[in-house]
Design a protein around this ligand. Sequence first.
Ligand SMILES: NC(=O)c1ccc[n+]([C@@H]2O[C@H](COP(=O)([O-])OP(=O)(O)OC[C@H]3O[C@@H](n4cnc5c(N)ncnc54)[C@H](OP(=O)(O)O)[C@@H]3O)[C@@H](O)[C@H]2O)c1
Length: 250
Amino acid sequence: MEVLVTGGSGQLGRTLVPALQAAGHDVRQMSRRGAGPGGVRGDLATGRDLAQAVRGAEVVVHAASDPRGNPWEVDVAGTRRLVQALDRGRLRHLVYVSIVGVDRVPFGYYRAKYAAEQVLLASGLPVTLARVTQFHPFVDEMLTTARRGPVLIVPMGWTAAPVDVGEAAGFLTELAGGQPTGDVVEFGGPEDLSAGDLARAWAAAREPGVRVVSTPLPGKLSAAFREGGVLPGARAARGRRTYGEHLRGV
Ligand SMILES: NC(=O)c1ccc[n+]([C@@H]2O[C@H](COP(=O)([O-])OP(=O)(O)OC[C@H]3O[C@@H](n4cnc5c(N)ncnc54)[C@H](OP(=O)(O)O)[C@@H]3O)[C@@H](O)[C@H]2O)c1
């Protein structure tokens, strides 16, 4: 099928595009610059070049996002622009890449992702909302940023089930080739781990000598992370590759 990946230049997109190609699809990938193989230009924040980018798409995997910039403009209003630009007669399936817990965790970016999900559910398009947990390199990035010299302070009791990017791409590829569910499906990593466990594994592999300290963090956001807000539900599909294997590069 003719597949368009939005966010094709991103961390997920770079793995997802080859996975979709390997599954036999004809893949284009959109980003603001349209760089890379099969790259087309399209800007969700302004709508510029969007009509051209989506032309002919039978399947869209919508993975573009702006977590550090303006997610209300890119993820929410941008999703609305995408919905308007798509050819309804031709589109068979739109898979939206969301995050496990966007409906539970009171975090601004998650609220925007949840709002984008609502835009899609209200659109009448054939959609599947694929909520995925944190990618392994994202966890690395968080821990690298949190480290202060020889000490790494992490919130006590937070839990997560980080996932391999390649396995997430495989899951999304399978979804994209299937029927829309009109609902949420979840995909997470194989293990539910505390922030302390993740940090100790990371420190041992990447920064031996760094001491991990778990400290209680007050507030509603912290409570949501402690209560398993970003853990996949019982019916979620799970990957196999552990965070430890990612750290060891196996
Ligand atoms: N990272 C995680 O741990 C994680 C976990 C679960 C789910 N997710 C979800 O998975 C998706 C992909 O995440 P990622 O980590 O791969 O993101 P990423 O590396 O930050 O990539 C974001 C992508 O969005 C594109 N983009 C940003 N602003 C845009 C705009 N105005 N118009 C068009 N494209 C725009 C970027 O392209 P240019 O900047 O090149 O234009 C890039 O290709 C996101 O929806 C995210 O919420 C991420």
